[in-house]
Structures are given as C-alpha cells and as structure tokens.
Design a protein around this ligand. Sequence first.
Ligand SMILES: C[S@@+](CC[C@H](N)C(=O)[O-])C[C@H]1O[C@@H](n2cnc3c(N)ncnc32)[C@H](O)[C@@H]1O
Length: 254
Amino acid sequence: MSETLQTTMARVLGLLREPPEAPDTSAGYLDLFGPPAKPSLAQSVMESAFLPRIYEKVWRPVGFNLAKGWPFGPDTAAEHALAREWLGLTDRRPATVLDVACGPGNVTRALAEGVALDGLVVGLDASETMLAQAVGDPRANVAYVRGDAVDLPFRDGVFDAVCCFGALYLFDDPWAAVDGMTRVLKPGGRLVILTSRRPTPLPAARIAGELLRRTTGFTVFGDREVTRALASRGFTDVRRRRYPLMQMVGGRRP
Ligand SMILES: C[S@@+](CC[C@H](N)C(=O)[O-])C[C@H]1O[C@@H](n2cnc3c(N)ncnc32)[C@H](O)[C@@H]1O
C-alpha cells in the first residue's frame, strides 16, 4: 500500500466507532464486513462482476439522465456541481465528507474536486466488485470502505457533509439509513440525497411501486417522502429538485 493511502486509511480508522484490531486493507479499501446476508434482486445486480465495468460510462449516464428528464434535466457534470454546491464544497476547504453507497467512486471523485487535498472523502459501499473499480482510480484525498450503508460504522458527528446518490432506493430500510447519515453528520453539516421519485400520486402508481419493491427490493419514493423524512429529523434549509423519475433533496443538520 502506498504511503498516501496508508495516511488516508489511518484517518478513516480514526472516524470509526469500533476500529478493527487488524484492519483488512488488502484490496485497497478497508473491508469491514462479509457479504450481506441476503441481497435483494436489485442489490445483487450491483454485486455482479459485469455492471461495475459499464456502470460509470454507460449505465449511469444513460439511465440517470433519462430519469432526470434528459435533455432538460441536469447532465452528470451539472448534477455533480449541484451536489458540491448543496454540500458547501465549492471552496476546496479541508472538509470531511462521506459518500454513502459510492459504487465505483464516480460521485466520490466529483466530491473530492471540491475538497482540499488535506481534506478527506470516504466512499462506502457493500459491493466488492464496485469498490475494486473505485480503487482503480485513486485520489490523494479519497479512501474507500466496504460496509453497510444502513448501519454506518462511523462515530457520531464526524462528517461535514454526507452524500447518498442513486442508492437510497436499494436499501432494505432507507429510513434507518437516513437516521445513520444524520447521526454521523456534525451539527450544521449538510446532507444531499438523489433518489427515485414516483411521478404521480395516483393510487395505481403507488400499487405498482409496492409491487416493484416486493419483487425486486427497489423502492420508488413518493413526491414528499424524502423531504418529510429530513424535516422530521430536524433538518433545516430542506430543499428539493424534482425530475420526472428522480428527486434531489438536501438539508442542514440542526
Ligand atoms: C447505483 S449504485 C450508485 C453509485 C453512485 N453513488 C452513483 O450515484 O452513481 C448503488 C450502490 O449502492 C450499493 N449498495 C446497495 N445497498 C447497500 C448497502 N446496504 N450498503 C452499502 N452499499 C449498498 C451498491 O453496492 C451499489 O454500488
């Protein structure tokens, strides 16, 4: 392991609730757990060997840009810029940032562009194949952890900003995940989430969404469900951008 990676890993260990006695960093990321007990169908796709290879260049831009209403919605670069703006990462300060369910590190690296080299962006994901892709494109101020987004391994109040893009809809318990993201934020820290959106309040859409969740594990969130989740946890400055099939929601922890 390079000296830079050793230094960033040491900083990551300092953020953990229960740092392991013998940290496993043999794959280039800190591995904190074995495979999830029983991944849903949607989660297993993310664990495959094939998807991570085409995710960033094909799957992500095509799928997400269509869901965001291409050509009217933000493209990937505009989405990343908006994430940095909402998280207050526009002045390259030495912030400590968490990217929950970072996949191959596409958003993690975009966040790192807004953080000073002596800051730290931690990408966390459950998928070994996604993380293998992520560590293939290293940055001085980025480190990766294999762990569970629904039970974050970090201490309370250690992050200035938390981002969770394209993943809340995959979690078994998305609200427990939001509780965890809130817990690890410093008071005044900012959270931004990009997730699914039910395009209509019609009961048929709700029923179809419930069917999708039960069969694949993929959740389609109601129009105000995520903003309400932040407001009920005391977040201030709650804001939202709506796209045809996605929504970006942000706020500041009290
Ligand atoms: C669609 S990718 C999102 C990647 C990136 N954040 C983006 O916006 O493009 C979803 C990621 O969520 C991860 N994931 C799903 N459930 C998870 C969990 N419980 N804990 C950690 N990662 C999880 C998957 O392994 C996958 O890499």
